[in-house]
Ligand binder design. Structure first.
Ligand code: FES
Length: 113
């Protein structure tokens, strides 16, 4: 089940930049490409937890500011030869508003095993 939460307007995120959204799971980096597409990844590089939100967006990729790993925004995967993945967060635009799929906002209790 998706739980869409309105975050901000598209214009609130700098082109080729990012905005950080706090969540119960940790910070989420919400990126805006040159073509005004929106992607969201957990704001922790899979290498050594660098802040991806401070990286450089190019095309549909972001370069981590710490050691220059390049990650695909769509799936969070690092480009070879590096290996790793930043978890993705669902993101969509509806009438210039940005929404994130925030599972932590769900109110349905998780069944104990
Ligand atoms: S922490 Fe991102 S490349 Fe090292």
């Amino acid at each position: 089940m998706e739980t869409w939460v309105k975050i901000c307007r598209v214009a609130d995120i700098p082109r080729l930049g990012a905005r950080v959204v706090k969540s119960a799971r940790g910070d989420i980096a919400v990126f805006r490409t040159a073509n005004d597409e929106i992607f969201a990844l957990m704001d922790r590089c899979p290498h050594k937890a660098g802040p991806l939100s401070q990286g450089i967006v190019h095309g549909k990729r972001v370069t981590c500011p710490l050691h220059n790993w390049v990650l695909e925004l769509a799936d969070g995967n690092a480009l070879a030869p590096d290996v790793g993945c930043a978890p993705t967060v669902g993101a969509k635009i509806d009438e210039e508003d940005v929404y994130l799929d925030m599972p932590a906002a769900r109110t349905t209790p998780v069944a104990a095993e």
